[in-house]
Design a protein around this ligand. Structure first.
Ligand code: HEC
Ligand code: HEC
Length: 325
C-alpha cells in the first residue's frame, strides 16, 4: 500500500516533469521556427545583431539610404567636433596615434594599418570594412566589436554618422561607390506583411547563405530544364519573347527591359531587384506580384533557385557583389 502511494507520487512528479519539459521544448521550437523566416527576408541584418550575438540594438537605417543625402565636408568637420582627430590621422601615410591612420579604410580589411596594435576583437572580424559595417561600428564600437580598444561611445545621430562615413569613403584614390538607396523596398516590406511573409519558405536558409554555395553554371542549365528559356533570352541585347530579356536584371529596376509591356503588378514594385526579391519572386511569382503576367509556378528547390539567381548575377559586365563579400 505504502509503496503504491510512493509509486503514485513518483509518477505524478515524473508526469509533471515531462509535461514541463515538453512544454518548454515545444515552446522553444515554436520560437525558433521564426528565426529563418526573419533572416530570409532581411538581407542586411547587421552581423552584431545575428541570433546569439550581442544584445539587440535598434536596427539602423540602411547605409545606402543614409549616404544618399550625406555630406563628406560636414563629415570631415564632424571628425573634429566628435574628437576622432584626437586619436586618428586621416591623410595618406599619416602616423598612428592612439588609433590607426584611417586613409583608405573603406573597403580595406579590418585592422588595415600595417604595424598598428589592434585588439583581437577587431582583428578577428573577417573581410573588408563595408559601408554597412562602418555604420554599425560607428553607431556603437563596443557592440560591433566587444573588447575593442577604441574607447568611443559611438555616433547616435544618423545624419552625422553617414556624413563621417561618406568622408571616410572619400579618403581613397578610388572611392567605393555609394550603393543605390532603397527606401521604398524597406517600407513596403514593413507595411505589406502578406507578400513579405510569403517570401522564401520558412525553414529555408537565407538567400545570402544559399548564394554562398550556388553554382551559376548549374543555374544556366536549370533555366533550360525549367523552361525559362521558352520565354526569356539571357544574352546582352537579346530580344524579348513572351518574357523580357534578362541580361543585367540583378540590381536593375523591376521591369527593366525598355519597351517590354510589363504587368502593373510588376511595374508597381519599387526599387531595384535585390537577391532577396529575386528569391521571393522565383519561389512563387504569383505570390510576390499578384497579377503578374509570368505564368510560371515557381522554383521550389532552394538550391536550384539560388543557382538560377547566381547565374542571373553573372549576366552583367559588373556583377553585383555577393552578400557578405
Ligand atoms: C580615444 C581614441 C579614439 C577615438 C576618439 C576614436 N577612435 Fe577610432 N580607433 C581607436 C582605436 C584604438 C582603434 C583600434 C581599435 C581596436 O583595435 O580594437 C580605432 C579603430 C577605428 C577604425 C577601424 C580602423 C581599422 O584599421 O580597421 C575606424 C574606422 C575608426 N576607428 C574610426 C573612428 C572615427 C570615425 C572616430 C570619430 C567618430 C573615432 N574612430 C574615434 C581610437 C579612437
Ligand atoms: C511562360 C513564360 C515565362 C516563363 C516560363 C518564365 N518567365 Fe520570367 N517572365 C515572363 C513574363 C511575361 C515576365 C514579365 C512579368 C510581368 O510583367 O508581370 C517575366 C519576368 C521575369 C523577371 C523580371 C524581369 C524584369 O525586367 O523585371 C525575371 C527575373 C524572370 N522573369 C525570370 C525567370 C526565370 C529565372 C524563369 C525560369 C525559372 C522564368 N522567368 C520563367 C515570362 C516567363
Amino acid at each position: 500500500m505504502d509503496s503504491m502511494e510512493v509509486n503514485k507520487a513518483v509518477a505524478a512528479v515524473l508526469v509533471a516533469g515531462i509535461a514541463f519539459f515538453l512544454t518548454g521544448t515545444i515552446g522553444v521550437n515554436l520560437v525558433q521556427e521564426h528565426v529563418p523566416v526573419k533572416t530570409a527576408i532581411k538581407i542586411d541584418v547587421p552581423k552584431a545583431a545575428a541570433p546569439g550575438g550581442a544584445p539587440a540594438e535598434p536596427e539602423l537605417p540602411p547605409i545606402a539610404n543614409l549616404l544618399a543625402s550625406a555630406n563628406p565636408t560636414n563629415g570631415e568637420a564632424d571628425t573634429k567636433k566628435l574628437g576622432c582627430v584626437a586619436c586618428h590621422t586621416f591623410t595618406e601615410g599619416g602616423k598612428a596615434g592612439i588609433g590607426p591612420n584611417l586613409y583608405g579604410v573603406v573597403g580595406a580589411p579590418h585592422g588595415h594599418m600595417a604595424g598598428f596594435g589592434y585588439s583581437e576583437a577587431l582583428k578577428s572580424k573577417k573581410g573588408p570594412w563595408t559601408l554597412a559595417e562602418l555604420n554599425e561600428w560607428l553607431y556603437k564600437p563596443s557592440a560591433y566589436a566587444p573588447g575593442t580598444r577604441m574607447s568611443f561611445a559611438g555616433i547616435k545621430d544618423n545624419k552625422e554618422r553617414a556624413d563621417v562615413i561618406d568622408y571616410l569613403r572619400t579618403l581613397s584614390h578610388n572611392p567605393e561607390p555609394v550603393p543605390p538607396p532603397e527606401p521604398e523596398k524597406k517600407q513596403a516590406a514593413a507595411a505589406t506583411p502578406a507578400p513579405a511573409a510569403g517570401g522564401a519558405p520558412a525553414g529555408e536558409p537565407s538567400i545570402d547563405t544559399l548564394l554562398a554555395s550556388a553554382d551559376p553554371a548549374a543555374g544556366e542549365a536549370d533555366t533550360k530544364k525549367l523552361g525559362c528559356t521558352a520565354c526569356h533570352t539571357f544574352d546582352k541585347g537579346g530580344k524579348a519573347g513572351l518574357g523580357p530579356n534578362l541580361y543585367g536584371v540583378v540590381g536593375a529596376p523591376h521591369g527593366h527591359m525598355e519597351g517590354f509591356s510589363y504587368s502593373t503588378a510588376l511595374k508597381s514594385k519599387q526599387g531595384p531587384w535585390t537577391f532577396a526579391e529575386l528569391n521571393e519572386w522565383l519561389t512563387k511569382p504569383a505570390a510576390y506580384a499578384p497579377g503578374t503576367r509570368m505564368t510560371f509556378a515557381g522554383i521550389k528547390n532552394p538550391k536550384e533557385r539560388a543557382d538560377v539567381i547566381a547565374y542571373l548575377r553573372t549576366l552583367s559586365p559588373n556583377p553585383e557583389p555577393l552578400p557578405g563579400k
